[in-house]
Ligand binder design. Structure first.
Ligand SMILES: [Zn+2]
Length: 281
């Protein structure tokens, strides 16, 4: 037991020689509590089993989050369990390889079929996304045709529009925009782990939309003002597409909770909304 909280950037007190945030921080701060509630109709044993699983996954998750924050990106968890395992194992050996592996995994999992299907699903549920279907569909198209110089500015416009309309951008006098994703509505519907992950999303979003000209990572102002000459990369384009779909995931998740799946006439519905699943063959 430690009396005082070590600094996240200080060496871990366990003596591993690794920064605290990449080592025992995850173990010390993980709160693997299931939210609420009665929707989990399971006995104590089941709950304990699920809690211990979450605990394990958070120990892998938190260090990956930290690497992403240091690199100015958000840890989109849209990867498979197998991919997660590979990346978590690689982290233990060579932490600097994580970003490259994450982009590889995102690229593999989030193909054109995935984005188009998710767009269709999300548009059925969210009016904010519905009225932007054509624009987002063109962004997906341009991205997969390697037209990043077209896809990226359009993505910035969509992200800005979504958040303004979602009423989460405040403008203070003599200051720039402040992007804030309000987590309160999610407190009762998301796992603790998701809540803490989503607070990182706000941090990432602010940097993405209001970054300074000196920042190394991509941000709205230098692209839209025409002073970033090197923005049109596949990674930047993918990062912005994933940001749009992270918004979609958050915006639609409230309406899909608690989940009530249903199959009618061979179609899958979730809480009354038709959901298209990936076809495996
Ligand atoms: Zn340690």
């Amino acid at each position: 037991m430690r009396d005082t909280k070590p600094g996240r950037n200080k060496p871990c007190p366990c003596g591993s020689g690794t920064k605290y945030k990449f080592c025992h921080y995850a173990i010390d701060t993980t709160k693997p509590e299931l939210p609420n509630r009665n929707i989990f109709n399971m006995n104590l044993e089941g709950r304990e089993f699920l809690n211990s699983l979450m605990h394990l996954s958070r120990q892998g998750d938190i260090p990956l989050h930290e690497v992403c924050i240091e690199s100015g990106i958000y840890y989109f968890r849209s990867i498979t369990i197998d991919q997660f395992q590979v990346i978590a194992d690689a982290f233990a050996v060579e932490p600097s390889s994580v970003i490259e592996l994450l982009f590889e995994a995102w690229e593999k999992t989030n193909d054109a079929e995935y984005f188009n299907r998710m767009l269709e699903n999300s548009s059925n549920i969210s009016p904010l996304l519905k009225k932007r279907t054509n624009t987002i569909s063109q962004i997906i198209n341009n991205h997969f045709n390697e037209m990043y110089e077209t896809a990226i500015p359009a993505s910035f416009m969509v992200i800005e529009g979504l958040f303004r309309e979602y009423n989460n951008v405040s403008f203070e006098e003599n200051q720039g925009a402040n992007y804030k994703f309000d987590l309160e509505p999610y407190e009762n519907t998301m796992l603790y782990a998701d809540i803490s992950a989503t607070s990182y999303f706000t941090k990432f979003l602010n940097k993405l939309m209001t970054g300074k000209p000196t920042d190394a990572s991509i941000h709205r102002n230098s692209v839209m003002h025409g002073v970033d000459n090197d923005f049109a990369t596949k990674q930047n384009s993918l990062l912005l597409l994933l940001t749009i779909f992270e918004f979609a995931r958050l915006e639609t998740s409230l309406k899909l909770w608690p989940p009530k799946p249903e199959i009618r006439d061979g179609k899958t519905y979730l809480n009354g909304y038709e959901i298209k699943m990936r076809e495996y063959f």
